[in-house]
Ligand binder design. Structure first.
Ligand SMILES: [Zn+2]
Length: 488
């Protein structure tokens, strides 16, 4: 399997250092607010990677941390007159709720920064002892960037270029403007811990160095996060860990692309953050997950309700195909006839292409493209009257549905009961269009009665009323089926 490594800027063959075991660390959220769609994307990307590596027979130990001490958490706690612990706990619980809905599995280990204060202090002490860090009179500890000559290797930044634009801010006691805080002396109304430098709290970057080192063997096979973390967060993690421990920190650096909203960067000033909860009010969580994996994980993805709804149409098509295949399997199959060989060959090729795409830097966009190819093939078989009732068709549909279970395992989509997803999508779509579903059901009942009494004028009139409501009715052997008109 090939994975793009941000460190080398190339795709490289991925082989875990210990055969059959993968160690993976991804930077988690700072727990001070509800998660937005950017968090959802990052969590889903690393969930898919972990699922696929597991599917390929690896025992994956995945560590994803929670930052539960930070300026933003402290500020929120002060505004709400509560404790930072209460804020962090609340938003960690909200994260789990959101991720459960998006079918993001829990990481193997989910450490919280405040449980590793002692480890962080020990790392700082080691760095100070070796000359890579220094403490200041006010109780801060800084990493001495110029003591680590490889600084900048991940982000490709040049240390001299960075230094020329940097200034030490008034009140800071840094030796060099590039130095960054490992430990911060306490300020009024902040949580603190006792340390060799007095009361204080850790800086952000040191957390991940401590939590990864204590939970996984170094070097990590994979370290991941959003592209916004490359600099300075990951650059600083590398500097701290490699300077303190004298060995490589991670073999592969994997970064997912941004989510834009209506073609603009999500930002506080534009006030365009979309939380997962906002989106899921009128959208299905599995459809959102499908949307987020429909682009390659390194590309930016543009979220708008229109693009999401377009993706949902494709998602629905796949589920309709599963549903129709299930219905078709309830038929009688008694003719000992095989399917034409070319259908089987096309199916096998597309199945293989799915895995080839996943092996190529876990390209979910291409993998989904091959699933759509299979869906088109299955629909062709289902619509071909000459193939109905043949044993070969039965075996083909069964192997299609078995393959669906593997896709669900790897991608985390297509694992639900088709009829319930189709129903849910229809209800949500109706809600978005302000269609009164109870009224639709009542009219369908009325139409049914009219048909039973052979009052075709009335049944047509009801159909027309439904059409005005953007609802189309189809008569099937199992009764009336309704759908929202395509023209909308
Ligand atoms: Zn981190």
């Amino acid at each position: 399997m090939q994975i793009y490594n941000t460190m080398s800027k190339h795709k490289e063959e991925f082989t875990p250092q210990v055969k059959g075991k993968v160690s993976m660390y991804a930077c988690g959220i700072t727990a001070y607010d509800f998660c937005h769609i950017g968090h959802a994307r990052s969590a889903i990307v690393f969930d898919v990677l972990s699922r696929y590596l597991t599917y390929k027979g690896n025992d994956v130990t995945f560590v994803r941390n929670f930052t539960d001490v930070d300026d933003k958490i402290i500020n929120r706690a002060n505004t709400e007159s509560t404790s930072p612990e209460e804020i962090a706990e609340r938003y960690i619980a909200a994260f789990h709720e959101d991720m459960d809905r998006l079918m993001v599995r829990r990481a193997t280990i989910e450490p919280k920064a405040t449980d590793y204060i002692q480890e962080m202090i020990e790392l700082c002490e080691k760095l100070i002892k070796d000359g890579h860090a220094y403490s200041t009179p006010s109780g801060d500890v800084y990493f001495r960037v110029r003591s680590y000559p490889e600084y900048g290797k991940l982000s490709g930044r040049d240390i001299d270029d960075m230094r020329s634009g940097a200034r030490v801010a008034i009140g800071e006691e840094k030796e060099d403007p590039l130095d960054f805080a490992l430990w911060k002396g306490v300020k009024p109304s902040e949580p603190y811990w006792e340390s060799p430098w007095g009361k204080g709290r850790p800086g952000w970057h040191i957390e991940c160095s401590a939590m990864s080192e204590r939970n996984l063997p170094l070097p990590l096979d994979i370290h991941g996060g959003g592209q916004d973390l490359i600099f300075p967060h990951h650059e600083n993690e590398i500097a701290q860990s490699e300077a303190a421990l004298g060995k490589e920190f991670a073999k592969f650096w994997v970064h997912n692309g941004f989510v834009q909203i209506d073609s603009e960067k999500m930002s506080k000033s534009l006030n365009n953050f979309k939380t997962i909860r906002d989106i899921l009010e009128l959208r299905n969580p599995e459809a959102l997950r499908f949307f987020l994996i429909s682009k390659h994980y390194r590309s930016p993805i543009d979220f708008s309700f229109d693009t999401m709804d377009d993706a949902e149409k494709g998602f629905l098509r796949v589920y309709e195909c599963f549903s129709e295949a299930e219905t078709a399997l309830e038929r009688e199959y008694n003719k000992k006839l095989k399917l034409p060989a070319e259908i089987q060959t096309e199916f096998d090729d597309l199945k293989q292409a799915f895995y080839t795409a996943m092996d190529d830097d876990f390209n979910t966009a291409a993998a989904l493209g091959h699933i759509f190819g299979i869906v088109r093939l299955v629909n062709r078989v289902l619509e071909d009257k000459g193939l109905r009732g043949k044993d070969g068709t039965k075996a083909f549909l069964e192997s299609f549905l078995k393959e669906k279970d593997i896709w669900a395992e790897i991608l985390g989509v297509f694992g639900n009961a088709p009829k319930s997803i189709i129903h849910d999508l229809r209800l949500l779509h109706a809600k978005r269009l302000n269609i009164n579903v109870d009224e639709v059901e009542r009219l369908l009942e009325e139409r049914n009665e009219a048909k039973t009494q052979k009052d075709f004028a009335k049944s047509d009139a009801v159909r027309e009323t439904l059409k005005q409501m953007h609802v189309e009715v189809r008569d099937t052997p199992n009764g009336q089926v309704w759908a929202i008109s395509q023209e909308i």
